[in-house]
Design a protein around this ligand. Structure first.
Ligand code: SF4
Ligand code: SF4
Length: 483
């Protein structure tokens, strides 16, 4: 085994005793790096500005877990909105399965915040202050001197500032940017819990993006563990063309022409997770970041050999030696995922469009079916009283003033309402059970049965937005004496 070869019995980032070996990934340039950098820049901008974007009067994405309320691109819902939650989570899970089945670990290499912030922010700052991989290794292994002290101080100072920005943006998704703004303005003693959460999140980001890095992908991340279940031999991956590359220089037998791989280890030096891609595709630690493609293409270019010894391919195509690669859509599972995903989105759209801002269900109270009460208003000298229980829930993010009503036509027939145990206003997400008594003359009954529509009207208390008046109607089925 040559000195640069990675161990076979453990991760490249651990020694025989299981201690961490710190990686110094070399910088790489090339077409894939450029594409990833532009995408990374776009994603960083979206991540930072999204908490400040408002759609339909609400934060574009809000995951307010303590208050169990969520906003997703104008759609607002609560943790108790089971159908909506089911479709949102189902669509997300199926989308991940679909993407992974077709494009493999494209999320890990291109869009995961872990990769995006390490590659496009933290590592750039590190290179800028400490130099290239060799210089960084030398600095770490060298004795503490003035140069090392100032470089480390500046680097960790900038890392801390970046972590603070990220933790504030991150927390804005969970507490809301408006609440966060107020918290920033107030003293930490006024919001000690939030301050501690913020300090912990900042510390965790600093630890992860500044030092822990590839260990998170190779040891902690659950998606990295189960992605191989979602992939098959048609899924995209970054793969080494062993047919063309082997036997690599230095290991070819005498009189056997060597392959195109010159065994320069450049692909290993640039790998942020310490993988030797030549050991086979679909290695658990490979996050499909494409750095080794650019590195090897650079080597091939210098040697004036054809490019793409390492390239995007599927395992099946690489085994067949195919050069061009088209993601494998011609598979039943891919179309099943797509069908399920579209079904979930359809279910989500249908549920969202049929969802009422104020939920009302009216059920008959468990007591006498009706009471007959004396009244001078009608010829019969008595009226009938029916008792209902009304379950109300405010599904909006605003405090609502709620009134029970009867239409003028129904009132003209002598029907009246008495509502008790009703608070008039309901806080966002609050529910209540009110008692509704419907009082009516016998004449509106036919064979002891009748029906009146009961309306509820809701109005935003603060009226921060120009919400339409919400009307909801529920039929109350009346009973009375049979005559
Ligand atoms: S960069 Fe290319 S040529 Fe160099 S070792 Fe890796 S695969 Fe072989
Ligand atoms: S093997 Fe290549 S694609 Fe995979 S993580 Fe390493 S550099 Fe990225």
């Amino acid at each position: 085994m040559n000195s640069r070869e990675l161990p076979w019995d453990r991760l490249a980032t651990t020694d025989e005793l299981g201690n961490r070996i710190y990686l110094y990934a070399s910088d790489v340039h090339g077409v894939w790096k450029r594409r990833r950098s532009w995408l990374g820049l776009g994603l960083i901008i979206v991540f930072l500005i999204l908490p400040w974007v408002r759609l339909g009067g609400h934060q574009a994405i809000l995951l307010d877990i303590p208050n169990r309320r969520f906003a997703l691109l104008g759609l607002t819902f609560w943790a108790h909105d089971a159908p909506l939650l089911f479709f949102v989570l189902g669509a997300a899970a199926i989308f991940i399965a679909f993407i992974t089945a077709v494009w493999g670990r494209v999320w890990c290499g291109w869009a995961c915040p872990q990769t995006v912030f390490i590659e496009h922010v933290f590592r750039r700052v590190e290179r800028w202050i400490e130099g290239d991989a060799l210089a960084r290794r030398k600095l770490d292994q060298g004795r503490l001197n003035a140069e090392k002290f100032w470089k480390k101080t500046v680097k960790w100072g900038i890392f801390t500032l970046l972590s603070l920005v990220l933790s504030h943006s991150f927390l804005a998704y969970f507490v809301g940017s408006d609440v966060l703004g107020k918290m920033i303005e107030s003293s930490p003693f006024q919001n000690p819990v939030v301050f501690l959460v913020m300090a912990s999140v900042t510390g965790a980001i600093l630890f992860d993006l500044g030092w822990f890095r590839e260990q998170f992908c190779t040891v902690v991340c659950p998606y990295g563990r189960f992605q191989s279940v979602l992939m098959d031999d048609q899924s995209s991956l970054v793969a080494y063309d062993a047919r063309r590359g082997e036997p690599r220089r230095g290991v070819a037998l005498e009189n056997v022409p060597s392959g195109d791989c010159v065994n320069c280890y450049r692909c290993v030096q640039v790998c942020p997770t310490g993988v030797d891609i030549r050991r086979g595709a679909q290695q658990l630690e490979c996050i499909a970041c494409t750095a080794c493609i650019d590195a090897c293409n650079d080597v091939m270019m210098r040697l004036k050999k054809p490019l793409h010894l390492i390239r995007y391919a599927s395992q099946a195509m690489m085994e067949r030696g195919a050069q061009s690669f088209v993601p494998g859509f011609k598979r039943t599972r891919v179309w099943v995922y797509l069908f399920l995903w579209i079904t979930c989105l359809g279910g989500l759209a249908w549920t969202a469009s049929h969802r009422l801002p104020i939920e009302l269900s009216l059920i008959r109270a468990v007591d006498a079916p009706y009471q007959e009460i004396p009244s001078e208003k009608f010829l019969e000298k008595s009226e009938i009283l029916n008792h209902f229980k009304a379950d109300l829930r405010n599904q909006t993010f605003e405090e609502q003033e709620i009134v029970f009503l009867l239409s003028p036509e129904i009132k003209a027939q002598g029907v009246s309402l008495v509502v008790s145990n009703h608070k008039n206003t309901l806080a966002p997400g609050e529910s209540e059970r009110a008692d509704v008594f419907v009082q009516f003359p016998k004449k509106i009954l036919q064979n002891g049965r009748g029906m009146v529509p009961i309306q509820i009207q809701a109005k935003s208390v603060k009226a921060t937005q120009d919400l339409p008046r919400i009307l909801h109607m529920q039929e109350a089925h009346l009973v009375g004496p049979y005559f």
